[in-house]
Write a protein that binds this ligand. Structure first.
Ligand SMILES: [Zn+2]
Length: 200
């Protein structure tokens, strides 16, 4: 019986560090691992470790990629005048799936959150401003989530980009308040990009 077993609890707690995994699910995963052969577990762990080593952040857009730069940054078919700023790599995936965007991206990998000690420096925003400055970007589309932190980050970036003479827009229609891009359906997301509004 594994109830209150220290080793089993360690395994359960390891799974609980994954997003969206609660106690019950973590216990199911842990029991599944224990029911698997050692060989199966070894293979599973090796896949995670190998992929984690091979996929790094693209130095230009900060998205995950197994090439440097990533395929989108390297592509001459994509409009370099357009730069879409998203919060997380899942935002790039959502917009790409929606099929309505042919520009390039920049992934913030977070949002400004002064109360948690995340300021412009911690977020590495200077990299973004360098990118906009040196890549002939004409329009920046800010697609951060419709949360207070998402809005504050959008306004801060818009304010910083204003002196550079870059057009700054914000995706608008239909992205539900507080929702991430990954939870928005493709049609709504295409509409949101098309219906973007100027921030100043
Ligand atoms: Zn890239």
């Amino acid at each position: 019986m594994l109830l209150n077993n220290k080793l089993f609890d360690d395994l359960v707690n390891a799974f609980r560090t994954l997003p969206g995994v609660g106690k019950k699910t973590a216990e199911r995963y842990a029991l599944h691992i224990l029911s698997s052969t050692e060989e199966q577990v070894k293979e599973f762990v090796e896949i995670i470790f190998r992929i984690r080593k091979q996929i790094k952040r693209c130095s230009l857009c900060q998205d995950f990629s197994d090439t440097e730069p990533c395929a989108i940054c390297a592509s001459s078919d994509r409009d370099s005048n357009l730069l879409c700023i998203v919060e997380k790599p899942s935002g790039v995936m959502a917009i790409e799936r929606s099929g309505g965007y042919r520009g390039k991206y920049y992934v913030l990998n977070g949002l400004l959150s002064p109360l948690d000690g995340v300021g412009p420096e911690e977020l590495g925003l200077s990299r973004l401003f360098t990118r906009v400055n040196s890549n002939n970007v004409k329009e920046v589309i800010i697609a951060t989530s419709a949360t207070s932190e998402g809005e504050a980050t959008a306004l801060y970036i818009a304010h910083q980009l204003k002196p550079l003479g870059v057009k700054v827009t914000r995706i608008a229609h239909g992205v539900p308040m507080g929702a991430g891009l990954e939870l928005t359906d493709d049609y709504t997301l295409r509409q949101a990009i098309e219906g973007r509004k100027s921030l100043y």
